[in-house]
Design a protein around this ligand. Structure first.
Ligand code: HEC
Ligand code: HEC
Length: 211
């Protein structure tokens, strides 16, 4: 019985978090949904997002595929997740020297448009060592797929990991693991506890190869 309280507490925490997060997401959602319901408005928002993201190109690349491997690809990322993260940079819940300043110049509508623009861009999966990928798949299935999904594409509150740069994935996982403070998320803090360094490398390689 003794080992069960962690499980129960963990489950409660996840439920609470998801309720909390979806309450936050729903407000954004309303605007994203209103635009995506109407094809013409959706297309106009994507074009607005392309214009508004002219400065983001410097680091995140032309179509959301960054050439710097410690800068995340935004192509194909879930729009609600992108929107929530831009909010987190804006209010200091997520720390990054560049992003915190940059995000302040965007209006709320521009943030929505940018999120829809990046969501509409093509993901480009990478090639990795086959043995490492096999090991990474096992790690992913055991520890990650229940939240990030079988294809690592996430959902409104959970980010897509499929096709992401290995360097960025490793960096993010190590930061959650060491609780270095750039990002604070109780679900990810718990998720990375069992991971060893070689498992972090393997899971990052696996995720990079997914479309
Ligand atoms: C000077 C380089 C730079 C520029 C310009 C830049 N970014 Fe970033 N961006 C980064 C880095 C580095 C990170 C990763 C921060 C971290 O490790 O947590 C990031 C992270 C993000 C994330 C989080 C992605 C994720 O997977 O969690 C979003 C969303 C984002 N940027 C949006 C934007 C938008 C929108 C713009 C343009 C207004 C922009 N960025 C311009 C460097 C940049
Ligand atoms: C209980 C649910 C849950 C589990 C299990 C989980 N994650 Fe996450 N993950 C999340 C949430 C929620 C976020 C967004 C956190 C934030 O905003 O900082 C996230 C964020 C991430 C990020 C940052 C992505 C980005 O674009 O910046 C990475 C990388 C990641 N998870 C990898 C993993 C890996 C690898 C595993 C398995 C070892 C895992 N996650 C297990 C819920 C989970």
């Amino acid at each position: 019985m003794k080992s069960n309280w962690r499980h129960v507490l963990g489950g409660g925490l996840i439920a609470l978090y998801l309720v909390g997060a979806s309450a936050v997401v729903r407000a954004e959602d309303a605007r994203i949904r209103a635009l995506t319901r109407n094809p013409a408005a959706h297309q106009a928002a994507i074009e607005g997002g392309k214009k508004a993201s002219f400065f983001c190109i410097n680091c995140h690349g032309n179509n959301g595929i960054s050439s710097l491997t410690d800068v995340p690809n935004l192509a194909g990322q879930n729009p609600d997740y992108v929107l929530v993260q831009t909010r987190k940079f804006g209010n200091g819940q997520r720390k990054d020297e560049f992003m915190e300043g940059l995000i302040k110049v965007l209006s709320e509508e521009q943030k929505v448009q940018i999120a829809l623009f990046y969501a509409a861009q093509q993901v480009t999966p990478g090639k990795q060592d086959v043995a490492l990928v096999g090991k990474g798949k096992q790690v992913y299935t055991q520890f990650c797929s229940r939240c990030h999904g079988n294809y690592a594409r996430g959902n409104e509150v959970i980010p897509r990991l499929a096709g992401q740069h290995t360097d960025y994935l490793e960096l993010s996982l190590k930061r959650y693991k060491s609780r270095s403070g750039e990002r604070v998320d109780p679900l990810m803090f718990n998720a990375v506890v069992p991971l060893k360094l070689d498992q972090i490398k393997a899971v990052a390689a696996y995720l990079n190869t997914l479309p």
